[in-house]
Design a protein around this ligand. Structure first.
Ligand code: GDP
Ligand code: GDP
Length: 455
């Protein structure tokens, strides 16, 4: 009953902190040279092949914000994922599969001048299994005469093919209308966290660790602006705070400043608020107080942050209260209880005195940089090749699973997909993650690896 009352009481809050709804995701898949990147540029309304963003990274970038008829969606392009000549059927299908898993709908592009090839058929079989809406695009239909070719693609079983010329723009409006008919309003598959705007920070921690004190110190007395985040409907709850010469968005600070320290069910309430803030954030700062031992609640909040897939910084507050004895204990705690987040940057500070508050920005930058990072497919496979040669998977039951190929399916956080000839043990996967961190430096971000077994 108490819980029910708390729920009712906390409802206003839960509502206000409604999770950020992410745009639906459309993946473009198809063989090399069918015109995927031309189509991406056509949809985005620009001429030039792929964008600025990270210098040196051109076609390995995968997602873009797009708009059609006033509706926003995220476009995922698999064109940048490298292929090699050998085993190309499997590769194209594998990559299409990775993209399809992220997406709410799939734009499957076929070259109508060539017709459906064996590789296309392999993609078709994979897409059937996914049971996601597929819009079939017959590209390179530059004029009416060529439209006849497109209709032979009915045989692929995805209904009407949309004849399109990505190069000239012919037919793309009808195609996009069809896409809009199948895309949901918001992504049902987690969506892709949008870039742009001030970076979004969730300041987390159990009651009394010093969240509002730190917020006050960071914001100063005057420089506080409050405004709502696009995609949330309710009252303004975020604060824009200038740190290190840039603006940062601290999400859900209303909840922090209101300082609701409920007696009963405080844990539950904290989890609710923590989860809501994480949904909106790109990076979490989990605040711990060094004058007290790590509590169950601290651990739970930290776990929520880890599980959210956001970038992570650990901040040890109340450093001014640290004595020698406590310091020794703290070191042990870090070694034992925080070993699973040794990858997160740590900042020691005092919200009361402001000591080390300037250390927060470099840690946030580092964590976000790792969170955003993409390893080009070529480099990743060179790394995997060396790693597997030096440390092959142990033989199990007379068999030795081999890693055939890997790709970074997405960033924010980095997710890797490995194709292997057999099941990879958890220990071996952890080993790969450790080596990925050592080699590429993913400080401050969780990393995911999934394995697809292929006979
Ligand atoms: P991707 O590998 O699937 O990304 O293919 P690209 O977008 O790089 O296109 C491969 C080639 O096909 C390029 O030379 C494009 O100019 C050409 N291409 C793309 N779309 C069309 C089209 O609609 N009509 C014609 N004629 N050529 C196209
Ligand atoms: P919140 O519940 O996480 O927002 O925590 P508050 O900011 O309200 O802080 C709880 C208590 O800890 C208050 O009495 C603060 O003055 C105190 N406090 C916060 N930060 C520090 C610090 O760095 N050093 C010391 N000594 N006390 C602090």
């Amino acid at each position: 009953e108490e819980d029910a009352a708390l729920l009712a009481g906390g409802f206003e809050e839960a509502d206000e902190n409604a999770p950020l709804k992410l745009d639906p995701v459309l993946a473009i898949v198809g063989r090399p040279n069918v015109g995927k990147s031309t189509l991406v540029n056509r949809i985005l309304g620009r001429r030039e092949a792929v964008v600025e963003d990270t210098p040196g990274v051109t076609r390995d970038r995968v997602s873009y914000s797009a708009t059609w008829n006033g509706r926003n969606f995220t476009l995922v392009d698999t064109g940048g994922w490298e292929h090699d000549a050998k085993g190309i059927h499997a590769r194209v299908a594998d990559q299409a599969e990775i993209a399809a898993d992220l997406a709410d709908a799939v734009l499957f592009v076929v070259d109508s001048n060539v017709g459906a090839t064996a590789t296309d058929e392999a993609v078709v079989r994979m897409l059937r299994r996914k049971k996601k809406p597929v819009i079939l695009v017959a590209n390179k239909v530059d004029d009416m005469v060529q439209e006849a070719d497109a209709y032979s693609l009915w045989s692929l079983g995805f209904g009407q093919p949309y004849p399109v010329s990505a190069l000239h723009g012919r037919g793309t409006a009808d195609m996009l209308d069809a896409v809009m008919d199948v895309l949901p309003e918001h992504s049902a598959y987690g969506g892709i966290i949008p870039t742009g705007g001030p970076r979004r920070v969730a300041l987390l921690g159990r009651p009394n660790v010093g969240k509002s004190s730190l917020l006050n110190k960071l914001a100063g007395s005057e420089r506080v602006v409050v405004d709502p985040l696009a995609g949330t409907t309710r009252d303004p709850v975020d604060e824009l705070i200038e740190l290190g010469g840039r603006t940062w968005r601290f999400v859900d600070t209303a909840g922090i400043r209101r300082r609701v320290h409920l007696q009963q069910g405080a844990d539950f309430y904290a989890s609710l608020r923590t989860q809501a803030a994480l949904d909106k954030a790109e990076v979490a700062v989990v605040l711990l107080a060094v004058d007290e031992v790590l509590s169950e609640q601290d651990v739970r909040i930290l776990q929520l942050a880890i599980d959210s897939g956001r970038a992570l910084v650990l901040a040890f507050n109340k450093w001014d209260l640290l004595d020698d004895e406590r310091r020794r204990y703290l070191e042990r705690e870090i070694e034992q209880d925080l070993a699973h987040v040794e990858w997160a940057p740590r900042v020691n500070l005092s919200a009361r005195t402001g000591w080390h508050k300037d250390k927060l920005v470099p840690a946030l930058d580092k964590a976000l940089e790792s969170w955003d990072k993409r390893i080009p497919t070529g480099r990743l496979n060179a790394f995997l090749g060396e790693l597997v040669a030096a440390h092959p998977h142990p033989v199990r039951g007379g068999k030795q699973p081999r890693i055939l190929f890997g790709t970074q399916a997405s960033s924010r956080p980095p997710k890797f997909v490995l194709f292997a000839s057999g099941f990879l043990e958890a220990g071996y996967r952890r080993f790969i993650i450790r080596r990925l961190r050592e080699t590429f430096g993913f400080e401050g971000t969780p990393i995911e690896i999934s394995v697809r077994v292929r006979e």
